[in-house]
Design a protein around this ligand. Structure first.
Ligand code: FAD
Length: 368
């Protein structure tokens, strides 16, 4: 059986940031288990440019994330919003053109997409510490040690890892739905975690790539809002001075999307772009539809109903019983400041690691 001090479950931004901070502290006695065949979790960028998950951060509101981006020397740019925006209200009336608006505070994007953030952090972690295709399925206390049982998604082989603490770097609701705890977690905490919605898990995004940002030439920002759909909110998704694109959030609920199917929904999105931006919008070089509600490693059945508000952060630690001080929630939804956001991952990880080192210092005199 492999033995480490810390097992981190999940290699999204939270898990990778925790691994990065531990590495920086000189503590390399950890392992990150990731069930997917890639790191990033809800962060996914295709063609090294176009974000299918998160797109924006807001440096004026999110100083810790902003400092991290500076430290990593990542290049960022302002969301393009110069020009008019379009409104579609009635299928029988052409879209209305109105003054656009500048986001305030300024929303920023990453050159190369949000994946740049997570891959740059991961590059500073020893590669063999990140185990891809490794699904954690149970966590038990046995004779004072924690045993994490994990299954390879390649060959279904099981392995056991013994640890002193486990950092849960995944959404709280997914923890309850997919991991078995022995002994069971306190019921109240388990309910709280299950009631915490996973931000954007019910959503789907469509991206269309073009040779040129042709809408800009006619004074359009690329932003649009629609009551007809299927996209309800559309934005320019181009990279500066290269690859042009538009992206939109689909307004149909997860069940309707599933019934329609990917091909039909993609056709409807293509038609909508032509309706809004004219015949030039037919010249799509490539497009992509990502439905997060169909990703079992993000969404649970409880996430299929869209949630328009961020759930308040639940308790990130167990206050009583066998699990006390051994299990810490570090996924973005555990952040009090920015629950569900990229900045929430940074906040949740820092809060938990500070707590964890305080606990260790408290225990040290007894150990001696
Ligand atoms: C469409 C969309 C748009 C968004 N837009 C924005 C935005 O513009 N700005 C913003 O700030 N935020 C946005 N977000 C939210 C942002 O993506 C998340 O807050 C952030 O990525 C959460 O990171 P995380 O590591 O906490 O969780 P996740 O990214 O969910 O990572 C959890 C990881 O755990 C893995 N995992 C799950 N179960 C297991 C298991 N049993 N064993 C091993 N591994 C497991 C998963 O595969 C995943 O890699 C958006 C999200 C989506 C989906």
């Amino acid at each position: 059986m492999k033995r480490v001090k810390t097992v981190i479950v999940g290699a999204g931004l939270s898990g990778i940031y925790a691994g990065y901070l531990l590495t920086k502290k000189g503590d390399d006695d950890f392992i990150i288990l990731e069930a997917r065949d890639r790191i990033g979790g809800r962060i996914e960028t295709f063609n090294n440019s176009f974000d299918l998950g998160p797109t924006w951060f807001w440096p004026e509101m999110q100083p810790a994330l902003s400092r991290l981006i500076d430290t990593l020397d990542l290049e960022t740019f302002d969301q393009y919003d110069t020009g008019n925006m379009l409104f579609e209200i009635d299928p029988h009336i052409p879209p209305r053109r109105t003054n656009g608006y500048h986001s305030s505070p300024q929303s920023k994007r990453f050159i190369g997409g949000v994946s740049q953030l997570v891959s740059t952090l991961a590059n500073q972690i020893t590669p063999d510490k990140i185990l891809l295709n490794s699904l954690a399925n149970s966590i038990a206390i046995d004779d004072c040690q924690i045993i994490v049982s994990c299954e390879s998604t390649n060959n279904q082989q099981h392995s056991l890892i013994s640890a002193e603490q486990v950092l849960l770097a995944l959404p709280p609701r997914l923890v309850i739905d997919t991991l078995k705890f022995s002994p069971a977690l306190p019921q109240e905490l388990s309910n709280q975690w299950h009631q915490t919605g996973t931000w954007m898990a019910s959503h789907a995004k469509y991206v269309a790539i073009y040779d040129q940002p042709f809408w800009r030439e006619s004074g359009l920002s690329g932003s649009a809002q629609s009551r007809i759909g299927p996209m309800v909110e559309i934005h320019d998704a181009s990279m500066p001075e290269e690859k042009a694109a538009l992206f939109g959030f689909i307004g149909l609920d997860a069940k309707t999307r599933k019934t329609l199917g990917k091909d039909q929904l993609t056709d409807l999105c293509r038609d909508q772009l032509v309706r809004l931006f004219g015949d030039d919008a037919k010249q799509i070089k490539a497009d992509f539809l990502k439905d997060w509600s169909q990703e079992a490693l993000t969404a649970t059945p409880a996430d299929l109903n869209p949630s328009h508000a961020h759930s308040p952060a639940p308790s990130f630690m167990v206050h009583q019983g066998d699990w006390k001080d051994r299990l810490l929630g570090i996924g973005s939804e555990w952040s009090n400041q920015f629950p569900g956001y990229l900045a929430g991952s940074i906040d949740a990880v820092e809060k938990s690691l500070i707590r964890s080192s305080t606990d260790q210092k408290r225990k040290a005199p007894d150990a001696g």
